[in-house]
Design a binder for this molecule. Structure first.
Ligand SMILES: *[C@@H]1O[C@H](CO)[C@@H](O)[C@H](O)[C@H]1NC(C)=O
Ligand SMILES: *[C@@H]1O[C@H](CO)[C@@H](O)[C@H](O)[C@H]1NC(C)=O
Length: 406
């Protein structure tokens, strides 16, 4: 098992389970959608990685959408191990930017799509973990977020009364979505008669307009480099903020009109006091998912807001309130450090834990057995704490049995 825990806790339960199971081989579930943007070498690396590792289980096929006027063909992929039958190349008549992801997904033959940019490599086991949770859970999407993006996304969470409940999250770090979501989202963009540029910047609209708190998992990602990302820099940031505010403005209007005939937007009220917030991290190498009830940030949702268009102001206010120290702590010791397979990084909770807090390791498909070895690398202070920890094991996530000693 992977390593790197320093959790300042007093009384804590450690749980090991395999309650998420992988979809079986015959129910291939995912279409991977890649845009050829500016880094074709990376597109080749990503497709190779997927073809070598995932074609026999969770990936059905890959769609490479070429937004560039120079056409590409299968011969450009001959150095990958991708069979021609599993690689679909679409030469777009024009550059339609990010909307291409949703168009490609809406055309998929599978029920799920995995979307990502061309500057990150996502470990195959993480894609397996996402697939397993989508099939077992009841979520429209799961977004991988590196700690800084997760932080921003949390600072932008908006809840007002029971009918506004949203935030912003990118899709480019790796996101699994239901095909039906892609289709409904495109139909919403049509109905709202968005401009050409708004269609192109579809990623800025996807989470905000859903009016849901999207499921987000910590994942540092493996940067591939090469070229300048479209969304960075002052110009990129200015453009993003403009579209985020536009999405918020549209959502405010929809909520005000209570326009329940629109697709995609979740207008039904949600319970006001949200469930216990659970943090989720897929392991970087092994197939497993770490989850915990440990709180990383104080409850931000009581910040007063008047409308979704407050999103960027609310973020600034919360940041001031929280302070640089807490932000640094969040970014330097995120829970993804616990399962990245590296000894030199650790997860450190911001405060002592409370009785009842738990950390759970979901082994996804590996049944906990007599042979299971759970090896945790911890600091000296944690070793003492571990003597007061309860360790429980479960086959299904419902019935738990205590284990003897450490
Ligand atoms: C992919 O996109 C890039 C940038 O838009 C372009 O330069 C390139 O010609 C396209 N196709 C290939 C095979 O690289
Ligand atoms: C919105 O409309 C639905 C159905 O038309 C209704 O049940 C619901 O109460 C309305 N919500 C609000 C906040 O008015």
């Amino acid at each position: 098992m992977e390593s790197g825990f320093v959790v300042f806790v007093s009384i804590l339960t450690l749980l090991v389970t395999n309650h998420t199971s992988l979809p079986d081989a015959e129910s291939l579930q995912i279409t991977v959608v890649l845009l050829n943007w500016s880094r074709f070498a990376n597109v080749l690396k990503i497709t190779s990685n997927i073809c070598e590792n995932l074609l026999d289980d969770v990936v059905h096929n890959i769609i490479v959408w070429n937004n560039n006027p120079t056409p590409i063909s299968f011969s450009d992929f001959t150095h990958t191990t991708c069979p021609e039958s599993r690689l679909n190349i679409v030469n777009s008549p024009s550059n339609i930017y990010f909307e291409a992801r949703y168009i490609a997904c809406a055309r998929a033959v599978t029920t799920h799509c995995f979307i990502q940019d061309d500057d990150y490599l996502v470990h195959p086991n993480i894609i397996r973990a996402l697939a397993a949770r989508m099939v077992n859970g009841n979520m429209p999407s799961i977004h991988l977020q590196p700690p800084d993006e997760m932080f921003t996304s949390e600072m932008r969470e908006l809840v007002k009364a029971s009918n506004l409940h949203t935030t912003f999250a990118w899709l480019g770090y790796g996101t699994i979505i239901l095909r039906t979501q892609a289709a409904e989202f495109l139909s919403l963009l049509e109905k709202l008669q968005l401009s050409k540029e708004e269609h192109e910047m579809a990623d800025n609209y996807f989470t905000i307009l859903s009016n849901r708190m999207p499921e987000r998992w910590f994942d540092p990602g493996i940067p591939l480099g090469g070229g300048v990302a479209f969304t960075v820099g002052t110009e990129g940031e200015e453009r993003n903020n403009r579209h985020i505010l536009r999405a918020a403005e549209l959502l405010d209007q929809i909520v005000r009109d209570n326009d329940t005939n629109l697709p995609y937007v979740q207008l039904e009220s949600l319970p006001t006091n949200a469930d216990v917030r659970v943090l989720t991290v897929p392991c970087q190498r092994d197939l497993c998912i770490l989850q915990s009830s440990i709180e990383l940030l104080p409850d931000l949702l009581d910040t007063p807001i008047t409308a979704a268009t407050d999103i960027l102001d609310v973020e600034k206010r919360r940041l001031l309130e929280l302070g640089e120290m807490r932000k640094r702590q969040y970014l330097d010791f995120p829970p993804s450090n616990a399962v990245d397979g590296r000894y030199e990084t650790v997860f450190r909770s911001p405060a002592d834990a409370k009785r009842g807090d738990w950390i759970m390791l979901d082994l996804v498909r590996m049944a906990p057995s007599d042979n299971l070895v759970l090896e945790m690398v911890v600091g000296g202070e944690m070793a003492i704490i571990l003597q007061n920890v309860a360790l429980e094991v479960s086959q299904n996530g419902n019935k738990w049995a205590g284990l003897m000693e450490f």
